[in-house]
Design a binder for this molecule. Structure first.
Ligand code: SAM
Length: 285
């Protein structure tokens, strides 16, 4: 098949082009335009409104770092809330933890779940058939405003702050997430590329600091999220992310019998050691 090029249009002055051999599927939903491409470098890739969401080749980095950092920082994560996460990668990783009793995943667009289950099952695995998973089709902002369920960990795996995801970057949403967390609850969210979306982490950090006592940034290198380190924020009323000693994390990791492809107990701690340029941006947050 001839090589064609998909060009990502997320950033104004930088484009990412991925060679692909075919469009596996495409659909316009009431929320966004979805496509699944067979790319040469990363296998199947999900794009939403022209933005790379996740690829078979590097999805594990993001999904492991968004999930296992809060899960191993929390003393006993039994009920997990995922906002967004339509590809199923976060749910898959959360369900690997033996102490988890329930994962509630709130996804606004049912077509994303249907699409990913059908066309990139390598990412969701059996997550959507798992008895501990409850899939709720709703706006995550409305769900946290109205639910009386309580959670130990909340993972905000949304698209970028455009379209339906915009509400998931506002202080009111964070206040409502804090309401649905119980005890030493933890929330994490992605905050985009440290170079190409430099305001996302400081903006989210300043809003989260109005709600949570502990707000700690961490980073990882995700190849298809171009533009330097990819940012995350860890927020909690009580838990410092580095509270867990290396020995404690090693023991938790061994007890969980996880074998990850990016996350390690050492990376858990190291990912909170920020480069000076990233730390500098947070000074006034
Ligand atoms: N890992 C990707 C990233 O970092 O950009 C995101 C993956 S996942 C595909 C993002 C999901 O967020 C999409 O399925 C989208 O439909 C969902 N989403 C966007 N806004 C939402 C909202 N307000 N409530 C619930 N889900 C939402």
């Amino acid at each position: 098949m001839p090589t064609r090029w998909f060009t990502e249009t997320l950033h104004r002055h930088v484009r990412q082009a991925l060679a692909y051999t075919r469009v596996i599927a495409q659909e316009k939903t009431p929320f966004q335009k979805m496509s699944i491409l067979e790319t040469e470098a990363y296998g199947r890739a999900l794009t939403l409104d022209g933005i790379v969401q996740t690829t078979e080749g590097d999805e594990y980095i993001y999904h492991e770092m968004m999930t296992h950092i809060p899960m191993f920082a929390h003393p006993n994560p039994r009920k997990i809330l995922v906002i967004g996460g339509g590809d199923g990668g976060i749910a898959r990783e959360a369900l690997r933890h033996p102490e988890v009793e329930k994962v509630v995943m709130v996804e606004i667009d049912p077509s994303v779940v249907k699409f990913c289950r059908r066309y990139i099952p390598k990412i969701c695995g059996k997550a959507f058939q798992h008895p501990k998973l409850e899939l709720v089709i709703d706006d995550g902002a409305r769900y946290v405003r109205e639910t009386d369920e309580r959670f130990d960990v909340a993972i905000i795996d949304s698209t970028d702050p455009i379209g339906p995801a915009t509400v998931l970057f506002e202080t009111e949403f964070y206040r409502n997430v804090a309401q649905v967390l119980r005890g030493p609850g933890i929330m994490v969210r992605q905050t985009g590329s440290s170079f190409l979306q430099p305001s996302e982490m400081p903006e989210a950090a300043s809003r989260l600091k109005k709600v949570f006592r502990v707000v700690a940034p961490y980073v990882a290198a995700v190849p298809t999220y171009v533009g330097g380190f990819f940012g995350f924020l860890f927020a909690s009323h009580q838990i410092q992310p580095l509270r867990a000693t290396p020995a404690h994390l090693e023991a938790r990791y061994r007890r969980a019998r996880l074998v990850c492809r990016y996350y390690t107990p050492a990376i858990h701690r190291a990912s909170f050691s920020l480069p000076a340029n990233v730390r500098a941006r947070l000074e006034h947050a």
